[in-house]
Design a protein around this ligand. Structure first.
Ligand code: SF4
Length: 493
């Protein structure tokens, strides 16, 4: 869909396009009306103490919707209300013109649960908070129920203490690149870069440990992710984990995202186990070999079964498995088969992602677009129902742009196996110290009013050359707390 959009506040335009994406998938922004399928014009008028916003659609769809909102004297609140009025005005115009009802209504953000917690902070119950969000943003009953279930699970988990943080260690290499991948990950090739990368990473881990000691911080959760951490040969994996061992010793939960089954060997699992780590991820994505080959995974479903069996045999007691709904060429029947096979393995947690085709992925470049919306909606619903039958509870969710069917990613876990790191990260409520190329550290103020971020450079060669700069930026992040400074950024050269 090609769209021309004019609005009084230029800064709101990207989020207004997010609303258009809810209805039309990927929308192309046009500058002139001649080639556009749809023209959206948004205007404002001030009457007494209220602002009237009018949204007019012409072209493929034609309608006009107006709304009035009282003006606020607080500049930040005024901006928030103004943006919301324009987004909701556009949402109503599109709803009226197309008859399409996006499952998450007008919500375009990635963390719907955070809105619930913000409302609960005003002293209302979880039920009332969800109801308020449902009524404001026209969220479907099904998604409102999911929100409530997740909030209830999270509410029963231990709260993070003021001196606790989350830590992330990134290994941004994979054997091959999946065609839907938009992460910072490069193919490992002949592995020549790995020893230098591990040396730099070890320096950053040691510096971070010192910083935590100086600041009196302890890790509540640690996540070793990527990429694929188990792409490292046994000796290098051991070096990384033993350098980070003091972090693991303090943490309540440590995860190694073993990830790709073709990288999971007995020796590497033993190295992970020797570090005292119980939570790993073994990610099939699908149990259909034809799809695995279509998405460039270059492993077979038999390797997933083998890797899972090996991990169980060695005694890993907390295994997560990732699946993706809406993979190219898959219908509801194929997704159900994968889901059933994964459930039969009885992992402690299952994360069901909805395919999101980002512009940086090979799938996007190859012209593959989202799966049919109705089918993806059914897959996601099936995942919710079948995991519930087996005793799993949804415990965290997040949304991304360009998700098939406007659905979401949901983590399901057996009681007692919700991943604290996933929750802390998604709710944006925890300070994070992140190590590795492209990893992003952030400091979150106690009331969550402020979040300062310090991203590491993404390019591996720059990372190797500038690891000390990134360590210094991390220190400066903490030195700036309370002084109103901006987060330090280490620029790519
Ligand atoms: S395993 Fe993950 S990080 Fe690696 S290429 Fe595939 S999607 Fe990207």
């Amino acid at each position: 869909m090609k769209v021309v959009l004019s609005a009084p506040v230029k800064g709101f335009i990207p989020e207004l396009f997010d609303v258009l994406n809810l209805f039309f998938g990927s929308v192309e922004k046009m500058e002139t009306e001649d080639l556009a399928d749809l023209v959206v014009s948004i205007t404002d008028e001030i009457h007494a103490n209220a602002r009237q916003t009018t949204v007019t659609l012409t072209g493929l769809y034609q309608t006009q919707v107006s709304s009035n909102t009282p003006l606020s004297l607080d500049p930040l609140e005024a901006k928030r209300l103004h943006k919301r009025q324009q987004k909701l005005g556009l949402f109503h115009a599109l709803l009226q013109a197309t008859g399409i009802q996006p499952p998450w209504g007008a919500l375009t953000g990635i963390r719907p649960t955070r809105l619930v917690f913000d409302a609960m902070a005003e002293g209302i119950s979880a039920q009332d908070a969800v109801k308020r969000i449902q009524d404001t943003f026209f969220v479907s009953d099904e998604k409102a129920r999911l929100l409530l279930d997740i909030v209830e699970v999270q509410n029963n988990l231990p709260r993070i203490k003021p001196d606790e943080i989350a830590c992330y260690i990134g290994i941004p290499f994979c054997r091959t690149r999946c065609s839907y991948c938009s992460f910072l990950s490069r193919e490992v090739g002949d592995g020549r870069l790995l020893p230098d990368y591990v040396n730099a990473l070890k320096r950053e881990i040691e510096g971070t440990l010192q910083l935590m000691k100086d600041r009196g911080l302890t890790a509540r959760s640690v996540y070793v992710g990527g990429g694929t951490p188990t792409v490292l040969p046994e000796d290098l994996l051991r070096e990384v984990l033993s350098t980070a061992q003091p972090l693991f010793n303090q943490a309540v939960e440590v995860t190694v995202e073993a990830g790709r089954p073709d990288s999971i060997m007995e020796g590497k699992l033993r190295v992970i186990q020797a570090a005292g780590i119980q939570r790993i991820s073994v990610n099939p994505q699908t149990m259909h070999d034809i799809t695995l080959s279509r998405i460039g995974r270059q492993h077979a479903s038999a390797q997933t079964l083998e890797a899972f069996g090996l991990a169980r045999q060695l005694g890993f007691s907390h295994i997560n498995m990732d699946l993706i709904a809406g993979l190219p060429g898959e219908d509801v029947g194929m997704f159900t088969e994968s889901l059933n096979q994964v459930l039969s393995l009885d992992p402690e947690a299952i994360t069901v992602h909805t395919l999101s085709i980002k512009r940086s992925s090979a799938l996007y470049r190859d012209g593959v677009r989202q799966a049919e919306e109705g089918q993806v909606g059914q897959m996601v619903r099936l995942a919710l129902e079948k995991t519930a039958e087996k005793g799993y509870q949804p415990y965290y969710l997040y949304r991304q742009k360009h998700m098939a069917g406007n659905q979401e990613n949901v983590g399901y876990a057996k009681p007692g196996f919700a991943c604290l790191y996933n929750i802390d990260m998604m709710e944006d409520q925890t300070t994070v110290l992140a190590m590795g190329a492209g990893a992003v550290s952030k400091w979150v103020s106690p009331g969550r009013e402020r979040v300062l971020r310090s991203p590491n450079v993404k390019d591996i060669h720059h990372y190797l050359a500038r690891v000390e700069d990134m360590m210094n930026a991390k220190k400066a992040l903490f030195e700036g707390i309370g002084k109103g400074v901006k987060a330090p950024v280490v620029q790519e050269e």
